[in-house]
Design a protein around this ligand. Sequence first.
Ligand code: SAH
Ligand code: SF4
Ligand code: F3S
Length: 445
Amino acid sequence: MLKKVYIETYGCQMNVADSEVVVSILSDSGYELTENIKEAGLILINTCSIRDNAEQRIWGRLKAISHLKKKNNDLKVGIIGCMAERLKEKLIETDQLVDIVVGPDSYRELPNLVTEAESGHKGVNVLLSREETYADISPVRMDKNGITSFVSIMRGCNNMCAYCVVPYVRGAERSRDRESVIKEARELFQKGYREVTLLGQNVDSYAWNNNEKILRFPELLEQVALIDPLLRVRFSTSHPKDISDELLYTIAGNKNICRHIHLPAQSGSSRILKLMNREYDREWYMDRINAIHRIIPDCSLSTDMITGFCTETEEDHKESLSLMDWTGFDFAYMFKYSERPGTKAARKLKDDVPESVKSSRLSEMIALQNRLSIKSKKNDIGMIFEVLIEGFSKRSVEYFSGRTTQNKVVVFPVGDYKKGDNVQVLIEKCTAATLIGRSVNVKVC
Ligand code: SAH
Ligand code: SF4
Ligand code: F3S
């Protein structure tokens, strides 16, 4: 009988893509994925260390899982991913529940480490690699819709943003070979997928040396877009210091590359950006936004912002708000600064903004973004957008849910359409998170 593995994923899209690689590796070794935690012989938790509260959630989950382990002596529990890398053996020492600890570059070792755990030893491997990209592994897709999927194009990060733990837990940046990226995207399309998101911590520094010349991100993106006009292509994440006009022209020149750029600003204050080691200032960021408007006029914009970074004053905070307002982001992820042990900020700077101030600045920022998001949606009312149907809306099977190329969620009556169709939808109204419309029979260019 096949052994059953249950996997829970936290953190970013990269971790979602990694879990699919992990399931693929385990299924080659006789494991079958289950969605029922109670019937699993192996429970894996793919973890995130980006902020302290991300790690606290995992400790909470481990506690909750402990009662399953009490009932079943043979059950093995593994912590994999970024927190495994950061805490290493400490995890096994501090929590008797954990049998296996595997970092993001050691997933090929998982079957052996599980065997090790089954024989009563702890299975630990947290070595980081300079080469591993899992290029040859076909991820087992765990998405529910069968329409949209992630394709990892690189791993690790070479930027040393002062606050960030990623370079320490994911290692040095490396790019995946062009052929395996194209092959994976093509196979997804052949299986019926209609959207791929190319993933990397800093996609603009993608570089693949094929002996003749170095292939950069704009070319890779275009090559994926050329697989089929019906395959939508997205990417994440761009870094403001590296996003080039060449990339913007590539997007503008290919209809199926989505009109949405996630460009994390982190702060609107040049002084804070310098302390964060982001390698751009407020003016540079604004110049990049202007370039996006000029080259791709219908492009939507989203961002990540951190409030309360070391030494942040009220004035710095106001500059973050004014940058958000000036840009008019369609969407934003906003976080309170959380000091991560071992990072440059933790070593060199004092986490001196009181928690209550971080919280009130965050609330103010969220309130502003809510206004901007509503404004962005209201602007869409009366316009027609092409929507790729991903499935039924959460509320009702009488409505489909999909996204525009600008990454905005749209719901509309089911009609004669089916999942995976591209439909022209006239937007009639909106809620805080969703555009609502009806299909119309016109072709927009
Ligand atoms: N590589 C991407 C983002 C990676 S992490 C980039 O450079 O943009 C996702 C987001 O988490 C970051 O953009 C940042 O806004 C936030 N983040 C990272 N470290 C953080 C920390 N220590 N405290 C609070 N937010 C953090
Ligand atoms: Fe972290 Fe900066 Fe790398 Fe993004 S670019 S993962 S924020 S170090
Ligand atoms: Fe978290 Fe690791 Fe992603 S720290 S944000 S899961 S790269």
